[in-house]
Structure formats: structure tokens, C-alpha cells
Design a protein around this ligand. Structure first.
Ligand code: ARG
Length: 466
């Protein structure tokens, strides 16, 4: 049959082969061969179920399973010969099975369609990928938490509007990312739970008249249950969209730290050093050390969010059930998720590798009147002033310091008392950055002992994960 010009899978209805452009345009095998192992696993579950329900004989099922095992070996050792004329991963595998075991291969497609096949394969792929991401995200959290524990009391400026706002600790800043990544992991796991239903057995769109057992295939493939509506099973890709949207959100988190690395490694800031392993030089400017890896992580959001955008536009307004449009789901998704995984890996490497420059961070922490809020708070507590009055007095003190070109602590007590006669002598103690961070003992605040405790709790949780 292979010698026929028409397609082996539907040759009965067709009298000529497709045009060369149509063949290339229609084919997805160049990229969907990545689903081969999932496809074979699902076919094995399907073949066993067909024998179990006596839809095919036990000996036919054994021949199918043996043949599929051989195909799996060929796929794994790279000897499988993918053919564009066989369009996609499903037809390539079925065709190879026929070459290996003969016409009995034709029984495998009983009570199924490529529509439920591809939906099943893609769910399996996304499920595995989410597991891989969860592992990598935990590793990244661990890298952040370990650095945070090391630098729980290293004082640096905290920013709002990228202007110095209040002193914080480097550890506190890093722990912010541990929390973001925890939510990202939660979102991935939610998506995984929702996608974990088995579409196999929905067939083309309507279900099947064969007495299949969908619970059995669902269980064999590790799904929680079979999907409940055959049309929905083959026509939705919300599980891909959801995963891409979580990857997009998470990659924005990565991009924010990447951006901070870019800024902090400039000589102007000088807060952070990244070693040769994560930077590049310039072919013309010998002094340069460029944070390329951080820049790439920052940029990858474009691709990942782009994949979401691409697929949402494919899916929008598609009438039920399957349409070939949906084949466009895979290439962008593979690309986006591959790049997301690489970004995560690079981020783990950079976070492990980065070294803060304490003297730069500490000296910058006191700049820009960063303890002005502490002064206002202190006036409230010490003199029982309303906060607005304390804010106003502090504002006048800053105006005076600015006009002198000095810091608040360089003003004399008489000068301060000209502004507010009630100012006590011990005012200067409140102005230090150490006092500032130590005083932020509210839950979730930057007080170093809190930061250390949070980091240690997270480290213990992450070390104990299974
Ligand atoms: N390669 C196809 C895809 O990824 C498989 C499903 C084809 N189904 C069909 N009715 N043509 O969407």
C-alpha cells in the first residue's frame, strides 16, 4: 500500500496526492514529533483497553504493544525515519507500526481519532512540562532563599519609582522573589490539576459506538478521570493557554529581577557582581562586562507572552469541534516553554553566582534622605505628634539639609530646633540605616531577624520537598 500515490490513511476516498505546497503546509511532523513518546504511551493504553473490552483480540493487542515498543525504541535512539508525506506524528507512528507488524496495525485506530489522540498527547506533554517547571522553580526559590539567608542583614536602599525610598536588606529583597515564585508554582499546579482529564475515547467529536472503557485508559495514563464531553475534549486548548499564561506571569517575575541585575551591575550602581560565567565582554571596548544572560531573560517575556497571544487568536471564535487551525497550537507553545525553561535555568545560575558589593549597597542606603520616614514615625512616637505634623516637620528639615547640601545627621541640634523647638537631643540615633531596618519588625517587614527566619523556613520547606 505504501507505493500508492494517495494517502495511506484515507486513500480510499482520494484519487491523487496533495500538491507539494499543500503537503508542506499541512505537515506538522517537523515539530509534533516531540509528542512521539506521549503518543506511543497513549496508543499502548488504548490497545490494552481495546483487548480488555474484547473490541480486538488479545493476540492482536500483543502484536500492537510489541510493535509500539519497537517504535518507541527507534524514536528514543534516533533511528526513526520521520516522513513529511505522513503529515504528523500520529500517522508517522501508525505507518511505521504497519511496516513492522503488518495489517494488524490498522486495528489500533479503532474507536479513536487523531482529534482525541492529539488532545491526549498534548495534555500529557503539558503535564510533564509543568512537573519539570515546578522542580526548576523550587530550585530557583532555593537559590534565592539561600542567598537571602547569607545576606539577611546586608543593608541596601529599597526603591519606589526607582528613587531611594527606605533602607531594606538585600535578603528581604531576594525573599520577595521567593514569594512570587511560590505563587507561580501554585498557578502551574492549579493548571495541571484542571488539565488532568483524559480526552481519549472522545474519538473525532461525538464519542464512539464501540464499548470502550474510558476509565481504564484514563487511569493507565495517570489522569484523574475521563473528560465528560466529547466535543469539548477535542476542541479546547484552554489547558495550553492557561499554562502559557502562567509562564507569561512567571517570566515577568524573572524579567523584573533580570532588570534589577542589569541596573545593579552598572558601575553607577555597583551593587552586584556577576562572574564571567554569566556575562560577556565587548569585541571593541575592553573594559566591558555585559549582563547578556539577564538581558535575555528580560527579553524572553516577549516570546512567551507572544505565544499566548498567538494561540488565543487562533482559538478565538473557532466553531466546535476540531479545526485544523488548532494544529497551530504546538510550535509556538514548544518554543515558548523551551525558552521559559532555559530562562529558569539561567536564573538559577545567576542567582547562585551573583555577589553583592556591601560597601556600595550600605553607602547608597543612606542616600536621598532614606530614613526621613523613620524620623517622622519617631516624632509621632516620641512627641505624640499627629503623623501629618511629623511629616511636615521632617519635610522642613529635608529642605534645610538640601539647601546646605548635606545630610540630616549633619545638621546641628539648634538648627533643627529652629524648625521645631520640641525636637529632643537623641534625634540622631533614629537616623541610622541600621536603626531603620531593625525597627521594621511588623510581620513581613525588613527587620533582619525576620528576614533570616523567613529564609530559613523556606529553605527547610524546599529541602523537604519530595
Ligand atoms: N496534526 C493534527 C493537529 O495537531 C492532528 C489532528 C488532525 N485531525 C484532523 N482531523 N485533521 O492538530
Amino acid at each position: 500500500m505504501d507505493g500508492l500515490k494517495t494517502n495511506i490513511m484515507w486513500g480510499g476516498r482520494f484519487s491523487r496526492s496533495p500538491s507539494e505546497l499543500m503537503e508542506r503546509f499541512n505537515a506538522s511532523v517537523d515539530y509534533d514529533q516531540r509528542l512521539a513518546e506521549h503518543d506511543i504511551r497513549a496508543s499502548m493504553a488504548h490497545a490494552s483497553m481495546l483487548a480488555d473490552t474484547e473490541i480486538i483480540s488479545m493476540s492482536d493487542a500483543e502484536a500492537l504493544l510489541d510493535g509500539l515498543q519497537t517504535v518507541l525504541t527507534e524514536v528514543r535512539n534516533g533511528s526513526f525515519n520521520w516522513k513529511i508525506s505522513l503529515e504528523d506524528v500520529h500517522m508517522n507512528i501508525e505507518n511505521r507500526l504497519r511496516e513492522l507488524i503488518g495489517p494488524v496495525a490498522g486495528r489500533l485506530h479503532t474507536a479513536r481519532s487523531r482529534n482525541d489522540q492529539v488532545a491526549t498527547d498534548f495534555r500529557l506533554y503539558i503535564r510533564d512540562t509543568i512537573d519539570q517547571f515546578d522542580h526548576m522553580l523550587a530550585e530557583l526559590q532555593f537559590a534565592f532563599a539561600r542567598k537571602a539567608e547569607m545576606h539577611y542583614d546586608l543593608i541596601m536602599p529599597g526603591f519606589t519609582h526607582l528613587q531611594p525610598a527606605q533602607p531594606i536588606t538585600f535578603g528581604h529583597h531576594l525573599m520577595a522573589y521567593v514569594e512570587m515564585l511560590a505563587r507561580d508554582r501554585g498557578r502551574f499546579l492549579d493548571a495541571k490539576q484542571r488539565l488532568n482529564e483524559c480526552p481519549l475515547g472522545a474519538a473525532a467529536l461525538a464519542g464512539t459506538s464501540f464499548p470502550i472503557n474510558r476509565d481504564k485508559t484514563s487511569l493507565a495514563l495517570g489522569f484523574s478521570r475521563p473528560t465528560a464531553n466529547s466535543l469539548d475534549s477535542v476542541s479546547d486548548r484552554d489547558f495550553v493557554l492557561e499554562t502559557l499564561s502562567v509562564a507569561t506571569i512567571c517570566s515577568t517575575h524573572l524579567s523584573r529581577f533580570a532588570e534589577e541585575m542589569v541596573i545593579w551591575t552598572t558601575p553607577q550602581f555597583g551593587f552586584l557582581n556577576l562572574s564571567d560565567a554569566w556575562t560577556t565582554g565587548s569585541s571593541i571596548m575592553p573594559q566591558k562586562r555585559n549582563p547578556d544572560a539577564a538581558e535575555l531573560v528580560r527579553a524572553k517575556v516577549g516570546r512567551i507572552a507572544g505565544a499566548f497571544q498567538s494561540l488565543i487568536l487562533v482559538m478565538k471564535a473557532l466553531p466546535l469541534a476540531y479545526s485544523k487551525d488548532m494544529q497551530e497550537d504546538k510550535e509556538v507553545t514548544f518554543d515558548a516553554l523551551d525558552n521559559f525553561a532555559t530562562s529558569l535555568g539561567a536564573m538559577v545560575g545567576m542567582v547562585d553566582n551573583m555577589e553583592p558589593v556591601p560597601e556600595r549597597m550600605i553607602s547608597a542606603a543612606g542616600c536621598g534622605f532614606s530614613t526621613a520616614t523613620d524620623l517622622a514615625d519617631w516624632l509621632v512616637k516620641e512627641l505624640k505628634l499627629p503623623f501629618r505634623d511629623a511629616h511636615n516637620i521632617t519635610g522642613q528639615i529635608i529642605v534645610l539639609a538640601e539647601s546646605r547640601g548635606c545630610d540630616i545627621k549633619d545638621l546641628s541640634l539648634p538648627e533643627l530646633r529652629d524648625i521645631a523647638p520640641c525636637i529632643p537631643e537623641n534625634i540622631f540615633s533614629v537616623l541610622s540605616v541600621e536603626n531603620s531596618v531593625n525597627s521594621k519588625t511588623s510581620y513581613g517587614g525588613t527587620a533582619p531577624h525576620h528576614v533570616r527566619e523567613m529564609a530559613q523556613n523556606w529553605i527547610a520547606r524546599l529541602e523537604n520537598r519530595t
